[in-house]
Design a protein around this ligand. Structure first.
Ligand code: ZN
Length: 91
């Protein structure tokens, strides 16, 4: 465990398997089963150095679909302005 006590709120930090999103230009990859420390109080995440390195490797190679057979397309990404009109809903 990288830390046992949260630096922000002082809460207990537990090791958990979480999902982490990495962004590659305008694409995103959700990385499952990332083992990280998570504060039970505020949710702050703490990553061991090897996990940071691994996420960086995935970020670097995630779009190399010919080599990464386990990269699955799971949805779409959209961009919208905060003030974009929504039919039937007044701002
Ligand atoms: Zn905390």
């Amino acid at each position: 465990m990288i830390v046992s006590k949260c630096a922000i709120c002082g809460g207990k930090v537990e090791e958990r398997a979480i999902s982490e999103t990495v962004r590659i230009e305008n694409d995103f990859a959700v990385v499952e089963n990332v083992i990280a420390g998570v504060c039970v109080g505020c949710g702050e995440r703490y990553y061991p150095p090897r996990v940071v390195d691994r996420l960086r490797d995935i970020e670097t190679h995630a779009m190399d679909r010919e080599k990464l057979a386990e990269l699955h397309i799971m949805g779409r990404a959209y961009q919208i302005s905060y003030n974009a009109p929504i039919p039937g809903i007044s701002v």
